[in-house]
Design a protein around this ligand. Structure first.
Ligand code: FES
Ligand SMILES: [Fe+2]
Length: 474
């Protein structure tokens, strides 16, 4: 690309700084937001990074069945995972089946609150509900021989009960799975000795105090099976380093190389990408008005005096003001108190193991990467768009997931912005090739950037910590 600035390409040119201390030349995310008209909230003004080492990450973590089985037992059966939104099960009797690897959990709204059960009959093991998804029932009846439980999990009836004198109803209640609620999400944890969800969430409740995701509704839910390990998929979405090569169309309007990466406790990391600016890679940066014009590339129909950059203004200020107005009208909610950053930036939190949350208003996604069955090299990638509940409180029912075929473009999803569909297509195209490349490699592992790929290292370190804890407990 001839419009990119010439930066030194050989890593050794930056020798001399302590590892992890180098940053992309140019303004930082914090320098940029300091000029905003409506400044970001304090949680976006802090940064937290530490150097975690620079050893390669072994490819077998992504390909080996043994490693996968270890994760199933020591990560997926031990961690809090978002199963569904509360809006999926609004009435008593509504349920949602959540599946991850071989695990299957039946989440049910009951008179006494939300409960979750192992989705397996106590007679001969049949799944009480055959597959992932939502439904409604007044009792939980096994489709094989008809054993039936109340929503509260108590055994109600056994056909031909005379043949089962050894079945004492009090010993045959459905075994429960721990449930926690946060931000409109229903979390489950298969470990009966798990710490509370609140402590597991670390800084999230504090950071999201003014980003109440409980006041959002699901506008769009799509999924795609990816031919890669769940960690391969997730790791493509927690760094911005690939934007330069994979999404060159985003360079006008995205501060890709000056993204801020933050590492919190074991379970939470963040990146903060400022929008409405030039990529530091561009040789000929655009002027502020040109940036505004370029950012509208997805919607040329919008022409407005509101999009003129006034004296002393930046593209960020103008775009935030504009989006505040049109999204406020579209979703019938007052966005006047929302900062420029929350309106236009990409603010992304990762909650271990597989949840990625975007609290921003114009990019309001949640991602989830789930292992499928016992296949180490396949996963389900889901994307939800969570929009603000209108001030009237009226919200549509959550949609069923639109499943995009493995070879299909995201552009088939009704209501998905074509600009975003292209970005997701570009991302997923890399993943098959990367997963195959792991196995074709002479080299034993991946080499990460100290700063831009720090979240990947942090994430893999947490996987290791869970596996090590299990080994220590033996
Ligand atoms: S396996 Fe469920 S009733 Fe027989
Ligand atoms: Fe991407």
């Amino acid at each position: 690309m001839n419009d990119r600035i010439s930066m030194p390409l050989i890593p050794g040119d930056y020798a001399g700084l302590p590892p992890g201390a180098a940053r992309c030349p140019g303004p930082s995310a914090q320098d940029i937001v300091a000029r905003d008209e409506n400044p970001p909230p304090p949680v976006l003004r802090e940064s937290r990074y530490e150097f975690l080492g620079d050893a390669d990450i072994d490819y077998r973590r992504y390909t080996s069945r043994e490693h996968y089985e270890q994760e199933m037992t020591h990560v997926w059966a031990k961690t809090w995972q978002w199963a569904c939104r509360e809006e999926h099960i609004p009435q008593v009797g509504d349920y949602y089946v959540y599946e991850v690897g071989p695990h299957s959990v039946l989440v049910v709204r009951t008179e006494s609150g939300i409960k979750a059960y192992y989705n397996s009959c106590l007679h001969r093991g049949t799944k009480l509900r055959p597959e992932e998804g939502m439904g409604s029932a007044q009792e939980l009846r096994c489709p094989y021989h008809g054993w039936t439980w109340s929503l509260e999990g108590r055994l109600k009836s056994v056909p031909c009960a005379w043949d089962f004198p050894h079945v004492k109803p009090e010993a045959y209640s459905l075994p429960e799975v721990k449930v926690g609620l946060w931000g409109g999400f229903v979390f489950i944890n298969l470990d009966e000795n798990a710490p509370s969800l609140e402590s597991y969430l670390e800084v999230l409740p504090e950071h999201f105090r003014d980003w109440d995701l409980g006041q959002r509704y699901t506008e769009l839910h799509m999924g795609k099976v990816l031919p890669c390990n769940w960690k391969t998929g997730l790791e493509a979405f927690i760094e911005s380093y690939h934007v330069l090569e994979t999404h060159p169309q985003l360079l006008h309007g995205t501060g890709d190389a000056n993204v801020q990466y933050d590492l919190y406790g074991d379970h939470v990391t963040r990146f903060y990408a400022v929008g409405g600016v030039n990529s530091p890679h561009l040789d000929k940066p655009l002027g502020e008005q040109e940036l505004v014009n370029t950012m509208l590339i997805g919607d040329r129909s919008v022409v407005s005096d509101d999009l003129v950059v006034g004296e002393g203004e930046t593209a960020r200020i103008v775009m935030a003001r504009f989006l505040r107005k049109i999204l406020g009208e579209k979703y019938a909610t007052d966005l006047s108190g929302v900062s420029d950053a929350e309106m236009i930036d990409t603010i992304e939190y990762h909650l271990f193991p597989n949840m990625i949350l975007f609290p921003g208003v114009s990019l309001p996604m949640v991602y989830r990467f789930r292992p499928l069955g016992m296949e180490p090299e396949r996963c389900l990638f889901e994307i939800l768009f969570l929009r603000p509940v209108p001030d009237s409180g009226q919200q549509p029912d959550p949609p069923e997931m639109v499943l995009v075929g493995e070879e299909e473009s995201y552009s088939v999803v009704p209501g998905l912005d074509p600009v975003l569909a292209r970005v997701y297509d570009q991302d997923t195209a890399n993943l098959r090739s990367q997963q195959l490349g792991f196995k074709a490699s002479k080299k034993a592992g991946q080499t990460l950037g100290n700063y831009q790929e720090a979240r990947i290292r942090h994430f893999e370190r947490t996987v290791d910590r869970y596996l090590a804890r299990a080994a220590a407990a033996k």
